[in-house]
Design a protein around this ligand. Sequence first.
Ligand code: SF4
Ligand code: F3S
Ligand code: FES
Length: 232
Amino acid sequence: MRVLFKVYRYQPETREDAYFDSFEFDAEPTDRVLDGLNHIKWHLDGTLTLRRSCQHGICGSDALRINGVNRLACKVLIGDVGSKIKIEPLMGFTVIKDLVVDMDRFFSHYRSVMPYFVNDEAPPDRERLQSVEARDAYDDTTKCILCAACTTSCPSAWSNPDFIGPAAIVQAHRFIFDDRDEGSEERLAALGQRDGVWRCRTVFNCTRACPKEIQITKAIGEVKKAIVADRS
Ligand code: SF4
Ligand code: F3S
Ligand code: FES
């Protein structure tokens, strides 16, 4: 099939304003949108700048707005989005170049929830055992690949960049509901602050955007309940 990629460009070293470039070429319906972007980069315009790595939905580096919807370019087939494909960087972040955005604030929010296991007790001889039910409590949020598709689809995050955002809450959830972890009090205190979970207005855009199908709004609700329980 013949495809037309309309790609957002911002090349501050040569031009002040952002613009769109069009690229027309042949592709298979079973090619992924990332294959199309790689074709442009490798054969049509080597200056096109984008992040990607694993090409298999694991690293989370190629989340982009594809025809207006946040998706991973490596998980979307060209045949499923049609012959005219508009590619833009994620919303709400400063664009550094073309499709590459500045994610410093995103990762600063991520670090603020202590996204690591906390337990000062001496480790047992073997692994720290856990029941199947206890593992289930946070199974969904272990799937997060930090792609930022959720946070950059959230109106609360667009209007307030200090909002910690759904991705950081998902990461916190993974540890708060792990019954072997002992850092929840500190995490819940951080998430209960002014720009923490209460900035979530239950819009559900995040849940719709997640390429790993994590029930993000549900997880945020569970964290809200845990904060209330912790305070009472
Ligand atoms: Fe991406 Fe989903 Fe993790 Fe958000 S929760 S960063 S959308 S994988
Ligand atoms: Fe935003 Fe998701 Fe809440 S879109 S408002 S974090 S439910
Ligand atoms: Fe790694 Fe798409 S390139 S998730």
